[in-house]
Design a protein around this ligand. Structure first.
Ligand SMILES: NC(=O)c1ccc[n+]([C@@H]2O[C@H](COP(=O)([O-])OP(=O)(O)OC[C@H]3O[C@@H](n4cnc5c(N)ncnc54)[C@H](OP(=O)(O)O)[C@@H]3O)[C@@H](O)[C@H]2O)c1
Length: 163
């Protein structure tokens, strides 16, 4: 099983505020959809709440929460990260889609980072964890300038952990 962290990150590592995203970038939503379609997406309970407590179509949706009562249509709920990863051990790729807590817990075991680097430094209350860039090799990069649909410049980058 390959573990990929999929995240949109500001220049100051900000990823969210008040349990919401910090921007609306339609191409990033498309990129996220294209990358995750047909795969497992694993998220923390707060991220699940932030996307409306619903499953994103075309993907296996899994949520981590210690709340035994949490349930929703087409959502698998696990009490621990370990239980979730054990369940998906034979799956090709698990996409960790946030939030900050889950990124922090999975960064040490991640194989791939699928990042959207957003050219802004907003005020935020959740941040992507600090990482050692020397551990990572960039395998693709695609830059985009701001336009009428995108308030900020943004760059899609994929990194693989160095051997
Ligand atoms: N920019 C981006 O790409 C991106 C992506 C996703 C989310 N976000 C943002 O991130 C914010 C949410 O992140 P967050 O850090 O506050 O919350 P989160 O990681 O989404 O959820 C935290 C909750 O998930 C459960 N959880 C997470 N890791 C666990 C573990 N290892 N073991 C057991 N339970 C675990 C716990 O739920 P219980 O308390 O129920 O036990 C915990 O309280 C929002 O602002 C959202 O918009 C940004």
């Amino acid at each position: 099983m390959k573990i990929s962290l999929v995240a949109a990150i500001a220049e100051n590592n900000a990823i969210g505020k008040d349990n919401k995203l910090l921007w609306h970038l339609s191409n990033d939503l498309k990129f996220f959809k294209n990358y995750t379609l047909g795969k497992v997406i694993l998220m923390g309970r707060k991220t699940f709440e932030s996307i409306g407590k619903r499953a994103l179509p075309g993907r296996i949706n899994a949520v981590i929460s210690r709340d035994h009562t949490l349930q929703a249509e087409n959502i698998l709920v696990f009490k621990t990260l370990e239980a979730a990863l054990a369940h998906f051990k034979n799956v090709e790729e698990v996409c960790i889609v946030g939030g900050a807590q889950l990124y922090k817990d999975t960064l040490p075991i991640a194989h791939r980072l699928v990042l959207t680097r957003v050219a802004t430094s907003p005020e935020a209350d959740v941040f992507f964890p600090e990482l050692n860039w020397n551990d990572w090799k960039m395998v693709s990069e695609e830059m985009h300038l701001a336009d009428e649909k995108h308030l900020y410049d943004y760059t899609f980058q994929v990194f693989e952990r160095k051997d």
